[in-house]
Design a protein around this ligand. Structure first.
Ligand SMILES: NC(=O)C1=CN([C@@H]2O[C@H](COP(=O)(O)OP(=O)(O)OC[C@H]3O[C@@H](n4cnc5c(N)ncnc54)[C@H](OP(=O)(O)O)[C@@H]3O)[C@@H](O)[C@H]2O)[C@H](O)CC1
Ligand SMILES: [K+]
Length: 518
């Protein structure tokens, strides 16, 4: 799914109005109807107080139009207009008149108004600001927003939590609504997926308001959201007359005394993600550990307790390197020397990245499209400190462009970055914040490249599979007990899950939905 910027959404609006020959007010009516249906299906007329806080722009207009639908279906509503500006959007005014025609009089709030009473059992609809927010809200609006957050009532945000910008991190986080649920029109917003701003979005869902499909399809975006349908197109089925040679040979390089587990996990993950052969290149101290714990894997050794040279006479398809490798002088030199002569595709993790951070001139030896999988600290060593999430994205983009590398920013929503574009993953969970989880990811990606996926496909698909496997494992382990081995063991189910059809909405449910619109 594409993630549009605010400018692109306004462009999509314009294209839709022209193409479908409808007015902007009709588009607003679609948005309000969709939100009403969403609420009505869940609330079934429940006598819960619904407080609708509406701004004076189109986000506010959406809220006012929703209030009308709720009123007409007998819901107990209170409508507030937050007068943060003297301006009024046209569609807001049209809908305000329609509400007044039905004898509903909103409470107008300004800097002198008392804060309204809200019980924690009530529902708040947040339609104060939408994607048009362009400056920090005034203090009194911030106070109102904090008051709504403190009420403990369930907050349903219209399009985007009020106070969140679409393209930067707010200066004052008290001015942002903490939404329990966001109903976002047509496309999710980038800020839903970044650590500093994503915390304001507990859950989100996209409502289809019928924006022009041709525009949506053609418009190029800076970010894409990656879910099952996006990765399915990469999947390479196995053919009957194939053999293990068809699926490549992954070489996993790393390990040092006390850190053989890291390479063991990567090697096993490469095997379990489908690499035909896997060889692990480790210091001697790891030989028995590897051979005993993963008998399917071949082992080459060098150095006693850490790698001293990286030099092999096998012909692997791809090399995954760095896990548990250490950053000792000899190992660092071995890596640099290896990079100077290497022509194979590379996945670099952990200490390989730490060594490169200290010798940035060696980055020039990386083949194009090498994959770097840093965790936040490793990323900081590579690109320097960042001011906030947007600054981080900017720096990653510049780094990836300069060195022509694919960078995987690991996090709750891992982002794979290449050629100025970010691919945001949707699988995974906090249980995966555990030792060895990253080593496993490197193994999965290396294993996918071995069997013929392009580096970009392997990066995006690998991140997805790794997260999915963690999600499936979670069902058995819970968050605390999920360990990296569970992620490896769940990989098979993650592949199988690709072909599970999502539950279909029954015809009756569809009928009920239509009935509710009437
Ligand atoms: N295609 C769609 O997704 C549709 C979305 N809809 C809804 O429309 C909003 C966006 O509406 P818009 O009117 O553009 O913007 P807002 O409602 O967010 O803001 C209104 C104006 O408020 C001013 N502003 C911005 N920041 C502040 C501030 N801190 N304090 C005071 N005022 C502020 C700004 O105007 P200025 O001229 O004063 O700069 C805003 O324009 C979208 O989110 C959806 O909810 C449509 O209903 C259907 C199509
Ligand atoms: K909002």
């Amino acid at each position: 799914m594409k993630i549009f910027s605010a400018e692109q959404i306004y462009k999509a609006d314009k294209a839709t109005l022209e193409k479908q020959d409808i007015s902007s007010e009709e588009l607003m009516e679609r948005a309000a109807t969709q939100m009403f249906n969403w609420m009505h299906v869940r609330m079934q007329g429940a006598p819960v107080k619904i407080h609708l806080f509406c701004g004076i722009g189109n986000n506010g207009g959406d809220g006012i139009a929703l209030a009308r639908h709720l009123f007409e279906h007998g819901y107990d509503i209170a409508v507030y207009v937050v007068k943060y500006s003297d301006k009024r959007s046209n569609d807001f005014l049209v809908n305000l008149e329609r509400l007044k025609d039905r004898k509903i009089w909103p409470v107008f709030l300004d800097d002198k108004s008392d804060l309204p009473n809200i019980s924690q059992d009530d529902i708040i609809v947040d339609a104060v600001f939408g994607i048009g927010l362009n400056r920090t809200p005034d203090d009194w609006v911030t106070k109102l927003i904090s008051h709504l957050n403190d009420s403990k009532a369930f907050i349903l945000a219209v399009d985007i939590p009020s106070g969140l910008f679409t393209n930067c991190v707010p200066e004052n986080l008290d001015s942002v609504i903490k939404a329990n649920y966001v109903l976002s029109f047509q496309v999710p917003k980038l800020v839903f997926f970044l650590p500093q701003t994503g915390v304001f979005v507990e859950q989100w869902e996209v409502l289809d308001i019928g924006l022009d499909s041709e525009f949506l399809m053609k418009e190029e975006t800076e970010y894409d959201l990656i879910a099952k349908s996006e990765v399915l197109q990469f999947y390479r089925p196995r053919t009957k007359y194939s053999h293990k040679g068809t699926y490549g040979h992954a070489l996993i390089v790393g390990g040092s005394y006390g850190k053989i587990g890291a390479v063991t996990l990567s090697s096993k993950a490469a095997l379990k993600s489908g690499s035909g052969l896997v060889t692990t290149y480790i210091p001697e101290c790891g030989y028995q550990i590897l051979q005993t714990s993963v008998p399917e894997i071949m082992v080459l050794t060098n150095g006693k307790t850490s790698l001293e040279t990286i030099d092999f006479d096998i012909k692997p398809t791809v090399v995954g390197i760095g896990m548990g490798m250490g950053i000792g002088e000899r190992t660092a030199k071995a890596l640099t020397e290896f990079l100077k002569v290497n022509k194979l595709p590379l996945v670099l993790d952990a200490d390989a990245l730490n060594i490169l951070s200290k010798n940035k001139e060696s980055l020039k030896y990386l083949p194009e499209e090498s994959i770097l999988t840093p965790h936040p600290k490793e990323l900081e060593r590579l690109i320097g400190k960042w001011k906030d999430d947007f600054d981080k994205l900017k720096k990653v983009k510049a780094f990836s462009k300069k060195y022509k590398t694919i960078i995987i920013i690991k996090g709750a929503h891992t982002i794979t970055f290449y050629q100025g574009k970010g691919y945001i993953n949707t699988t995974g969970n906090p249980g995966m914040a555990t030792a060895g989880s990253g080593d496993t990811l490197t193994g999965v990606i290396t294993g996918l490249i071995a069997q013929g996926y392009t580096n970009m496909q392997a990066a995006i698909f690998g991140v997805y599979l790794h997260g999915k496997s963690g999600d499936l494992a979670l069902e058995k382990t819970g968050y605390q007990s999920l360990v990296a081995s569970d992620i490896i063991n769940g990989l098979g189910q993650a592949f199988i899950d690709l072909f599970k059809v999502p539950e279909q909405v029954s015809e009756q449910q569809e009928e009920d939905k239509k009935e509710n619109v009437k």
